[in-house]
Design a protein around this ligand. Structure first.
Ligand code: ADP
Ligand code: MG
Length: 158
């Protein structure tokens, strides 16, 4: 299936997109967010957290790899993983993170260009900056992998 494409002009719009995506998320869902440093992966995750009623500030963890944010609204908890600094998918696999989080929504911030085979069912979100450095607009591509993310389901996200 073709990825869905959304133009996101501002930080607020990225938060809103994340919250909209969160409306459709279920426990067990895994999202892989890719993009360069500063693209907006954490900003998107903040929006998802807002939509899930996630407690605590969502920031890029520097010294810890993952944080759990409990939902205060009865939605699934958010597990936020920053794998940007990992050099291989094997390192993430070693953590056995994704297998043990069936009751939560997991968002993994991932560096670009690392081939991986994480949870076979996943929503892949790529955040791209404009070629023009004075333009804040981000292009967000959403692609589903596995039966969970049907064409109809992807259309609900955008
Ligand atoms: P990453 O996690 O991908 O490294 P961050 O989300 O931490 O990136 O940083 C993105 C930065 O860009 C934030 O300071 C955010 O406010 C800013 N920004 C400006 N415009 C946008 C936009 N349209 N979408 C997302 N972030 C934006
Ligand atoms: Mg980040």
């Amino acid at each position: 299936p073709l990825p869905r494409r959304v133009l996101v002009p501002t930080t607020d719009d990225m938060h809103a997109l994340g919250a909209r995506i969160a409306d459709r998320l279920q426990a067990g869902d895994v999202i892989i967010a890719t993009g360069d440093l500063g693209a907006g992966k954490t900003t998107l995750t903040q929006g998802i957290g807002r939509g899930l009623g996630a407690a605590g500030q969502i920031i890029s963890p520097t010294f810890v790899l993952s944080r759990i944010h409990q939902s205060s609204t009865g939605r699934p908890d958010l597990v936020h993983v920053d794998a940007y600094r990992l050099s291989s998918a094997a390192e993430l696999d070693d953590l056995d993170l994704l297998e043990s989080l069936e009751g939560s929504v997991t968002v993994v911030e991932w560096g670009e260009g690392i081939a991986e085979s994480l949870n076979p069912e996943r929503l892949e979100i790529m955040v791209l900056r404009s070629a023009d450095p004075t333009d804040d607009t981000r292009t967000v591509l959403l692609a589903g992998v596995g039966d969970r993310w049907t064409e109809a389901e992807l259309d609900q996200l955008v």
